[in-house]
Write a protein that binds this ligand. Structure first.
Ligand SMILES: Cc1cc2nc3c(=O)[nH]c(=O)nc-3n(C[C@H](O)[C@H](O)[C@H](O)COP(=O)(O)OP(=O)(O)OC[C@H]3O[C@@H](n4cnc5c(N)ncnc54)[C@H](O)[C@@H]3O)c2cc1C
Length: 363
């Protein structure tokens, strides 16, 4: 029997799990259909940064990007509290922007770029930077309010909470979708009050039935996973630079990432790994101990023609939340709140008009 209050979510990455958990909070009965285990999603391999300022700095319009990322990030604290994850946000270390002072901008010029966006932070003193293992000619700025999640364990935890709270996790491939049903690849048909597609770039496979999804383009990304000895000074830090970023989690350092527009395959490319390793070596702290055992990982991001996510109701009546590009962790809880407001017929959260999927299907 179809319940008007039931929801099927296709996809179990950060976006699908956020939507699934929020929908349970709203009293809906929820099924997540995911073709891969949580650990195999792009969300799980990602660096897990929820870092509006660091992300916006290198965008075409940093002020606009920062404003939108901050608006989305505001949905994290209540979401994290509901999951018992608040401490990760409260104890977060400031994010570091690091660059070489040789031929680079002055610290004041660099700080101004962050201040112009609205971000708060300070130029790091030489002795504080030395504690992280960096010395002249490196310069750095610390920005507060940027968060880091241990992506894979946090996602696994979110899945376990989803199931504990009565959500149903179906590990299967969705083959077809309508506004009120999902047909699995084995032919089984599931019905629901509403359907949401949160399948990352694979959402594009549903473009025939859900036209806005035809706008999606892939961006492949390589990242290096490197086991490391815990260094308390680096624990929970993200250190970003013009060459890429290091993030330091419990026992694992990650260096990323490439942005390979138009590629949707999961092959590890040796030439790309070499180039990424060279960039990583430019500011690798001693505690990482080299890259000989680094494990290259590949994920595929979903992007849209205007670079902004699509979150909302497609012309078909199917809901979508995808196109998060390199910001799925920033947007997960925001996307969930936008969809819950739309499905429940309430006012949409501030700023959500910019993400209407129907901007890609003009009448
Ligand atoms: C190297 C790298 C580093 C990144 N670092 C960050 C970062 O630090 N911060 C940040 O915010 N973002 C980061 N990103 C981007 C982020 O990973 C994505 O924006 C995010 O993963 C998108 O989440 P998602 O839930 O939409 O999709 P995904 O994580 O791709 O999940 C898709 C889900 O859909 C399921 N699925 C697909 N097709 C079907 C189907 N037909 N039937 C059933 N299930 C299906 C999959 O099994 C999976 O569960 C990074 C990306 C890469 C590649």
């Amino acid at each position: 029997m179809v319940s008007a209050y039931s929801l099927i979510v296709i996809g179990g990455g950060i976006v699908g799990l956020s939507v699934g958990l929020r929908a349970l909070d709203h009293g809906l009965s929820v099924r997540i259909v995911a073709k891969d285990a949580v650990e195999a999603s792009t969300s799980a391999l990602s660096a897990g940064m929820i870092a509006p300022a660091m992300e916006a700095l290198t965008e075409a319009d940093p002020r606009l990007s920062y404003a939108r990322y901050i608006e989305a990030q505001k949905h994290w604290p209540s979401f994290a509290e509901d999951l018992g994850l608040s401490e990760i946000l409260e104890l977060a270390q400031p994010a570091v922007w690091l660059w070489s002072g040789d031929n680079g901008p002055s610290p004041d010029e660099m700080m101004q770029r962050f201040t112009d966006m609205g971000a708060k932070g300070q130029v790091m003193r030489e002795e504080d930077l030395a504690k992280l293992g960096y010395h002249a000619p490196f310069q750095a700025i610390e920005i507060v309010g940027e968060w880091l999640m241990a992506a894979e364990p946090v996602l696994s935890y979110m899945k376990s909470v989803f199931v504990e709270r009565g959500g149903q996790w179906i590990e299967s491939e969705a083959a077809q979708v309508t506004p009120q049903s999902v047909t699995l690849s084995d032919g089984q048909r599931l019905e629901a009050g509403h359907v949401v597609v949160c399948a990352g770039f694979d959402s594009a496979a549903f473009a025939e039935a859900v036209p806005s999804l035809a706008a999606l383009k892939p961006i492949k990304g390589h990242l290096l996973d490197q086991a490391q000895k815990a260094d308390p000074a680096l624990a929970g830090r993200m250190i970003r630079s013009p060459w890429g970023y290091w993030v330091f989690l419990d026992g694992l350092a990650k260096f990323g990432a490439t942005m390979q527009t138009g590629k949707a395959d999961y092959e590890v490319e040796p030439g790309v790994v070499t180039s990424l390793s060279e960039k990583a070596a430019k500011f690798m702290p001693d505690s990482v101990g080299g890259l000989a055992d680094a494990v290259p990982r590949v994920g595929v991001r979903a992007a849209t023609p205007d670079s902004w996510p699509m979150i909302g109701r497609d012309v078909s009546g199917v809901y979508v939340a995808t196109g998060m590009r390199r910001n799925g962790w920033i947007y997960g809880p925001f996307a969930a709140d936008v969809l819950m407001a739309q499905i429940g017929g309430q006012g949409a959260p501030e700023g959500s008009e910019a993400y209407d999927p129907q901007r890609f299907t003009p009448h």
